[in-house]
Ligand binder design. Sequence first.
Ligand code: CUK
Ligand code: CUA
Length: 662
Amino acid sequence: MPKFLRSRNWGGLLFLLGALVLAFTFRPWSTNAQTSSDWQSIAAERGLSEADMRAAMMTYTPSGMLDEYVMFASGGHGGQVLVIGLPSMRLLRTIAVFTPEPWQGYGYGVGEETLAGGFIDGQEITWGDTHHPALSETNGEYDGNWLFVGDKANARVAVIDLRDFETKQIVHNPLFLNDHGGTFVTQNSDYVIEGGAYGLPIASEYAPLADYQSSYRGMITFWRFDQAAGRIDYSQSFALELPPYWQDLCDSGKLVSDGWIFCNSFNTEMATGGIQAGNPPFEAGVSRNTTDYLHVINLNGAVSVFESGGAEMVNGFNLIRLETAIANNLLYFIPEPRSPHGVDIAPGGDYIVVSGKLDPHVTIYSFQRIMDAIAAGTSEFDPFGVPVLPLETTMEAQVELGLGPLHTQFDNQGYAYTSLFLDSAIARWSLGGEGYRPQDGWTLQGRIPVQYNVGHIAAAEGDTTSPDGRFLLALNKWSVDRFLSTGPLLPQNFQLIDISQPGDQLQVLYDMPITAAEPHYAQIIAASTLHAWDVYPEVGWDSQTQAVAADAVQPGTEGVTRDGNNVTVRMTVIRSHYNPEWVEIQEGDHVVWTITSLERARDATHGFGVPYYNINLSIEPGESITFEFDATRPGVFSWYCTEFCSALHLEMMGYLTIAPSR
Ligand code: CUK
Ligand code: CUA
């Protein structure tokens, strides 16, 4: 029998269920009252246990009721972000980020400039691998303004505006071509952190693998975020050169540790693989050492060095060299056990938790102890001259949790939660430090199986200085038998877990298949903190500048004008017509076409799909969009509205005629 059914709270719940049943049974005004036998027979017919019914009651969200939380989950190599309501686990929307997406018109008439910001040396890149979304913060709390997400594949960072849930900027550091420890924000979102991944020569120039130690490097980038502009300020951003270990995940200090950044690493062996030449494969070569290095980075110090001219301009980007970092006390290492993965800072900023994929423990470092060790100095250095602080004096505790610990989250009761990849379970353990659960010490409190092979976990407001508790999401890599088969490619499985009860009482509430590549991480924000617009604030809105567009079309000024081969189309749209409905041009014309939506009604979105020319817009109420194309193929092209916007939506079309040139 599951733990939950034996718990005291079950009695309370049964009472509540009973009371509900009674209330409904004896509602004199009701004409179709449910009886207790209905409840029981439905449960019996469907084979539902009492725990199942509790889970249903905790997640079921009747039509019209809104969710309490909004989760932003990365979409992995689908290159997008998924927006999911909690506790219902309803998919609310996807946000196209690194990958063109026709529903939003992203890459099909709008967003081209944003996507082009992420092209590298003119190379068009139309996919990304989103790993770690980060909500913007004010004083260590999510403020609901911005969302950042990194692209592991190409080392890029995107900025999403949470007023309209659209990607506004993509940046790329020209010094590096992969990342992983991103994105994470400082407690006031001054910097967006993008940690490196696999060692590479700087700027990805050629160097043979035989020269790995001398020519390859690691990297971390600090993107300066300009809140007023809502954009990353490229010129005020800088990178820090690191030894060619593989920087893995990072987290940003907060409160007492504000201004410090922590990244775990692996491959301090500096293995270069080469299975085909008889060398040990990467998986073995990279796991030889019993410890790798936790990177402790003094961001405030690095900002001072950068501002006083201590960075070099390399390939158009500011870089603080490793020697400069060491000389200015910007970088320290601490050993971390067995193939580390994940580094997570406790809500108070006072403890740093690191997991080891091949170690059944999590290792907890104390920020104060780290500061003391830095003050005390060290006589140990890594081969590149980086000071190495002792594990023994900086470590606060180790807790044995199970096999394959990866990522840790926190709640409001002094508990931490760690995913166990190999065990397919989540461990709940107590933080023994002051302000958490000193009465319990650093101990394992309970475990719950998940299906299967969990990677990250995300708790409600989990990365803030005041997590909410209540819900925890397991982002499971494998779903195996959880869903009907749809062929050999299986979805990932998101499982919602109730963490509101103490001790070992944990319950899986809901399974949600994720069919958009592999989400790695998610953050969960209280829905009340978000303030998305219902419609664009004014007619003629340019969603790129978030202001009225200078070229927005006023009603009554619609039309087609020509200047030589340059054609300007000025169009308005409102249910259920475009104006004009004919656009008659010549082969060889260059066309600049503006469409302004005059709609003010919520949800009155129109589309604009043109065959052959690969154009498809989503024109939301009030929005004004300008796109360009060359009329290379003559013919007649019927454009139409791709959103079913009214009873006469099918009539909402027009003709683009392109006469052949002679
Ligand atoms: S990583 Cu995916 S499970 Cu990219 Cu944060 Cu650990
Ligand atoms: Cu507008 Cu359909």
